[in-house]
Design a protein around this ligand. Sequence first.
Ligand code: SAH
Length: 367
Amino acid sequence: MADNALKQNLLDLSLADLKAFFEEHGEKAFRAVQIVKWVYQRGVIDFDQMTDLSKNLREWLKLNAICRLPAIAVDQASADGTHKWLLQLDDGNCIETVFIPENGRGTLCISSQVGCILNCSFCSTARQGFNRNLTVAEVIGQLWIAAHALGQYADGADRKVTNVVMMGMGEPLLNYNNVLDAMKLMLEDNAFGLSKRRITLSTAGVIPGMDKLSHDLGVSLAVSLHACNDTLRNELVPLNKKYPIEALMQACQRYVDNGLHRKITFEYVMLAGVNDRDSDARDLVKLLKDIPSKVNLIPFNPFPNSNYETSSPQRIKQFVQILHDSGVITLTRKTRGDDIDAACGQLAGKVKDKTMRSIKMLKAAGA
Ligand code: SAH
């Protein structure tokens, strides 16, 4: 038996790469389509069960390839139907995936990195530092695991995961190639067959990645804005120092101009006394005036020592009113799954922090 670590993990390959893999080994490229159908449409990862492959091919696959997924370490269901999985990766790191059922749709929130490098001041993932990018198998594996656990692969079952949001741990555009290949499998008719409208990538504003994405794939885009002036945004989203608001808005305009999407979603976390005044709402209206957009207000989800508070419901209502009165489409995100710490910015994982951020922070605090 060959060493599993030396075998090619087929979940790391897009359909095009899988075709190339078979061709390199003297096999027909259409085998790739058969495999992709088994794995992603029927949830079968055991080569012996892939009955339309010849016995010889199955034996060859068993020696040279594997379908390897992250392991489920913890599986938690919230009272409101939200589901969270803590997944353990081969190197011992953990990531989180969250399923949110609502009004006939099922949205899966997928992580893209182990930890995050961006250090946004109000996000708990930032506290854990950064370890590494996820592989294609670890990104697409989150969808496979959720679909499997939710019973989507049972005979005659409806599709449970109808939408995917790349809004879990990490900055997806800083793991561009792997996230792109995983999203191609989400879109691929022979794999998950989701439409571009049903996949949303959320970014803190990595401009080169946004331009590339618009050219390469054009899924729906959400931008984590959170502030309308550079001084405040530099503090909340330090990436703003590199890609400031004006340049970010131009990049958003380019994304819309490519014609694939009518609107960009702007995420705006509501932080009491920080960015939630009437004047902030008016600034937001001005900033978005020329960009086809909708706003997603996210009440801040607290975590220990976060140093921020959530805006009051009355404040949020008033903020929404100003946006509505100016014709800005605004939704306030419901906090889901907070009894299992599955809400935005609460995803903890278990990260072997290569940036040593927690130690640096303790030192800075004089500990
Ligand atoms: N890096 C990407 C995706 C991850 S975060 C991005 O920045 O968009 C997904 C969303 O949750 C972002 O809008 C993020 O700013 C928001 N978020 C992070 N921490 C939060 C918290 N504690 N409360 C509410 N929203 C938070």
